[in-house]
Structure formats: structure tokens, C-alpha cells
Design a protein around this ligand. Sequence first.
Ligand SMILES: NC(=O)c1ccc[n+]([C@@H]2O[C@H](COP(=O)([O-])OP(=O)(O)OC[C@H]3O[C@@H](n4cnc5c(N)ncnc54)[C@H](O)[C@@H]3O)[C@@H](O)[C@H]2O)c1
Length: 325
Amino acid sequence: MPLLLSRDDVTQILQMPDCMDVVEKAFAELANGTAVLPLRIPITPPDGLALYMPAYLKEMGALACKVVSVYKDNPTKHKLPTTIGTVLLQNAETGQVICIMDGGYLTAVRTGAVSGVATKYMAREDDGQVAGIFGAGVQAKMQLWAVAVARKLSKAMVYDISSEAADRFVAEMSAKLGMEVVKVGSAEELLVADIICTATSSPTPLFDGKKVREGTHINGIGSHTPNARELDTTIVKRSRFVADSTEACLKEAGDLMIPIEEGALDESHIYADLGEIVLGTKPGRTGDDEITLFKSNGLAIQDTATAKLVYDRACESGIGTDVDL
Ligand SMILES: NC(=O)c1ccc[n+]([C@@H]2O[C@H](COP(=O)([O-])OP(=O)(O)OC[C@H]3O[C@@H](n4cnc5c(N)ncnc54)[C@H](O)[C@@H]3O)[C@@H](O)[C@H]2O)c1
């Protein structure tokens, strides 16, 4: 009998440190060759986009598929959100679907978690660093949570073109993390940060890459289509570039594909995939003055590992509703 988990159930169960642990293990499996990760499958009905994201993690015994849809007219036409995600988790030994869970909050936490893992391995190690978050939406909040797990921060700053969204971010995140969080009035002011996360809906670069300080670590998570980018060519060129997956970056990441099209760099600019850094095959950072950049497109291994974690915890705590199909 499958277990049904609502968004509230998932929110109650899922914590960032646990999610970072399983996401790190998933990237190790990807690098070790024990993960199966087809590229996501897109289907475009007339009114929107549906994406199918399956993955299998052998060591973890996790098998799942996330269905995500992006229908721009949903809020006005149907009073539904633009983006809806649902995860089907299967028993890896029998193939039986054992859990159906809401994928909205799970997606935000697993997207934060991969940046947390990248920050753990790639940012400078000193305590008291400042985080700078571009964007104040759902993803941005989880980025700050994850970075605050990876490093002892002294302060966080946020910049959003919507001043109201930034105000909400400050109120919510300072209360959640018990730390100083301030809003800044321009993109440039954020560039004094030691750890920068870009988590906006912008299709064009957010800042001038010449102005980023040496030693900065950047997690770029917002744009993930070939024609959109949050990062300019200069900052990509100046950085040691780590991909969540080289294959995904070369098919989906405008941040990298546009500089390649311009002839500013080529595929050899990708220094490593995150899994290689996690396994220690290559160091995440080789000096305190280096600029490091992690590019996340979002992989189904993150959803699968996180869904298994949520399901196991739900079973332990008796959360959710059994449904007879
Ligand atoms: N890499 C991944 O795995 C992954 C996963 C989920 C979502 N995303 C992407 O992350 C992005 C953010 O998603 P979200 O759900 O938080 O969206 P959201 O709409 O909740 O928030 C986006 C925020 O970006 C702000 N913004 C837009 N342009 C800006 C600019 N130039 N400077 C500063 N702020 C700006 C908006 O005002 C808004 O507050 C989207 O592009 C989404 O597709 C990536």
C-alpha cells in the first residue's frame, strides 16, 4: 500500500543537514558509477512543459521519478501554481511504488543541499565568512540555509529586484537561522560576500564578473536553459568551474554554453564534476585566492536520494497516509 506524503508532511520531516548527507552520497555514487541517471525527458503539451526525472542509486537502494510541470497560465486560468512537482518512490527490489510525495518543498531543499555540499568542499575554510544571496524566492532561502550548515557565517546579505521579497527573506531567514541577515540595494553591494549564491529567475547576468573578489566561492543555481544565464563570461572564465554534471552543463547551462558559443572558452574549462570532488579525486580548492564556481542544473539523483530519506523518516515516525490503489 503506497504512502501518501503531503507538502506539510515533507516539510515536517526534511532537514537540511540530513539532506546534505544523502545528496553528498548520491554524488559519490554518480562518480563511482553506481547511479543510473538519464537526462530529464521534456514533453511540451500546448499550454506548458512536463519534465520526467528518473534516477536509481544502487548503494542507497533508491529508485524514483519526479514529474515536474511548468504551466505559466496556471495561476490565472486554473488557480494553480506555475510549477508543480510530485515524486514517485519505488521499492528497488520489487519495482512497486511505495510512496507518492509532494515534490515542491523537496526540490527546494535538495537544491539548497547540493550547494551546501559544494560549499563544504570548495569555499575557503575560515569561520565568520559573509554569504551573499541573489534572489529572495523559494530557492534562495534554501541556499542560505545550506551555506549556513556548511560554514559558520558571521552575516548574510540578500539582493532582489523586488524590495518586498527581500524584506520577507530578511524576516524569515534571520528568525529561522538566528543570525544577522540584511537587505542591500544593489547587486554590486553583494560582491563583498565570501560565498555567493545566485538563485534568481533572471535570464541575463546579475553582476559584473570583474568586480568579484579573489577567494570568493559561487553557487550558480538559477538559470538552467541554453539561452539564459545569471553569470557573465568574465566570472566564468575567472573561476575554477565545477559542474553538477558535465553532460547536463553542456546541454542545459547557458552560464557555460554562451561563453563557449562566444569562443571565450571551451569544454576543457570544466575542471571537475562535483562527485569527483566529493570522492577526493580532485581538490575543491587549491588556494585562498582562487575563485571557485559550482554550477547546478538540478539532477534526479538529488530528488531520489532525498525522497528515500523522507520516506524512511516518515515510516519511522508514522507520518503520512496509506492509500489502497
Ligand atoms: N538548479 C536547480 O536545481 C533548480 C531547482 C529549482 C529551481 N531552479 C531555478 O531557480 C530560480 C529561482 O527559483 P525560485 O523558485 O526561487 O523562483 P522565485 O520566483 O520564487 O524567486 C526568484 C526571485 O528572483 C528575483 N529576481 C529576478 N531577477 C533578478 C535580478 N536580476 N536580481 C535579483 N533578483 C532577481 C525575483 O524578483 C524573485 O524574487 C529559477 O530560475 C528556477 O528555475 C533551479
